[in-house]
Design a protein around this ligand. Structure first.
Ligand SMILES: Cc1ncc(COP(=O)(O)O)c(C=O)c1O
Length: 466
């Protein structure tokens, strides 16, 4: 006997209404195909909206950026009627673009159910997302369980508790300089940025190791050997105190610094020899770097004990091996995610699996194109201003001019005026960063974006008189 839920979603009236809605959206949103300026008659109202947000939260927005809700692929419509390329996608959330009707169609059948689902009494979306996520960890991976939570920071908090329980009484964390782990009381101590913990206590729980330096004259293996020497010293100084090694494979906030396997593997092995759990923070890298998990790109699958993901999953999750399954009572929480988010997250995983990830997937094609576009700029008149660039799938950053924050901001606002939204990362040099919607972008759109980059370099250089 079908459930009432099934009866509803299978009914011809429901199916036809759903089709009509999707057709109407396709028709209207499909018309958004390029950047356009704001509408004069919406200007005053928009300024008021922006001011209200700043007043309410006690801090201005970085950009005057309030979306209307509509968009199409890489294009976002703002509430002033303007359209821009969204290359930062809510810091990586909207990887599958705006107005994505595949995701919306997946969401619809839950939009009239619970708004949010929790860890007590979930609907089928909860188990379905967990199953799909675990099916993608790779044949060599030992990750066996998953816990859903609502964002990256809570995923990392859960991961930290899991490894500390397992390694008790060891509690300390080895992390890399310039890392970012989130902003809760525990995570602001791991995050290597003094500005983010002003006025906050720290408990001496984190030891920082130097991260891979692409500009060093030393090979990755030699750099790793240096790090291992300092790990050994620390293990000797504080025997039995370290619970885990925590790291991003590509540091996001820290400047899009990417470490190769030759650097990470020996460090992981040294950590394991000393009984540390291996915890990879894939909150920013997940789904984005050409494989579903970035550890797969480096072939580190079997070494990972705990992995955290969020952002483009549309909720947060902690994955862990059987050995790390915590005792009852340690982890829970009211929310696992919104019903729509759990469904959209699952659809996103399907898209990654079927067309986006993998050596011949769409992400790698766009990575290749991005590299060639950077080379084109490098060979052109603005090449002298382009100091360096990094492309790892849909994680893209470049350094311009002297790499100061002031110059980076000037450039970003030029780009904004030209119709593209990016952001910055790093702590000097400050780099221009993008987490573009590689889940939907066409080659033509990406080439257009690079044209805008080039134009914005010309205009910024002119203003800076360099
Ligand atoms: C690597 C990394 N860890 C943790 C977080 C925190 O995630 P959230 O902002 O969802 O709490 C972020 C967010 O940018 C991140 O990039």
């Amino acid at each position: 006997m079908p459930t009432i839920y099934e009866t509803v979603v299978r009914s011809p009236a429901y199916q036809s209404a759903k089709k009509q809605l999707i057709d109407a959206l396709r028709q209207e949103l499909g018309a958004i195909t390029q950047p356009r300026p704001s509408a004069a008659d919406l200007k005053a109202q928009y300024e008021e909206l922006v001011k209200q947000v700043a007043d309410l939260r006690g801090r201005e927005l970085f950009y005057k950026f309030i979306g209307s809700g509509a968009g199409n692929g890489p294009f976002i419509e703002l509430a002033d009627g303007s359209v821009k390329y969204d290359l930062i996608t809510g810091i990586g959330v909207n990887f599958f673009g705006h107005g994505n009707l595949e995701l919306f169609e997946a969401e619809i059948d839950s939009l009239w159910c619970h708004v949010m689902q929790g860890n007590l009494g979930p609907n089928p979306e909860y188990g379905a997302l967990m199953k799909e996520l675990l099916s993608l960890v790779g044949a060599k991976s030992r990750l066996k369980h998953v816990w859903l939570t609502t964002c990256g920071a809570t995923a990392n908090e859960i991961a930290l508790k899991i490894v500390r329980q397992k390694k008790f009484p060891a509690s300390k964390i080895m992390a890399f300089k310039e890392c970012f782990a989130g902003r809760t009381t525990a995570l602001q101590e791991i995050t290597d940025n003094a500005r983010y913990r002003e006025g906050q206590p720290t408990y001496g729980e984190v030891h920082y190791l130097p991260f891979f330096n692409q500009k060093s004259t030393l090979s990755a293996t030699d750099q790793a050997a240096g790090v291992i020497t300092s790990m050994k010293e620390e293990f000797a100084r504080q025997p039995g105190r370290f619970a885990c090694l925590e790291f991003e494979i590509v540091q996001g906030e820290g400047g899009f610094n990417a470490a190769p396997r030759e650097f990470l593997l020996p460090i992981i092995e040294e950590a394991k020899r000393n009984g540390l759990a291996i915890w990879v923070d894939e909150i920013q890298t997940f789904g984005r770097t050409g494989e579903v998990f970035c550890y797969q790109r480096l072939g580190l699958d079997e070494h990972i004990d705990v992995a955290t993901v969020a952002k483009l999953l549309q909720t947060g999750a902690v994955l862990y091996t059987q050995e790390y399954n915590p005792k009852a009572g340690l982890i829970s929480g009211t929310f696992a995610g919104s019903s729509g988010g759990l469904r959209a997250g699952r659809k996103g995983l399907e898209l990654l699996k079927t067309k986006l990830a993998g050596p011949n997937g769409r992400i790698r094609q766009l990575e290749k194109l991005s590299n060639s576009e950077f080379e084109r700029i490098k060979a052109g008149p603005n090449g002298k201003h382009l100091v360096d660039y990094t492309v790892i799938g849909g994680m893209i950053a470049f350094t311009l001019f002297d790499g100061t924050l002031d110059q980076a901001k000037k450039y970003l606002f030029k780009l904004w005026d030209l119709g593209a939204i990016a952001f910055y990362c790093g702590h000097g040099p400050y780099r221009i960063r993008m987490l573009p919607p590689f889940g939907v972008m066409t080659d033509e759109q990406l080439r257009h974006v690079f044209k805008l980059f080039d134009e914005a370099i010309t205009e910024t250089a002119r203003e800076l008189r360099i």
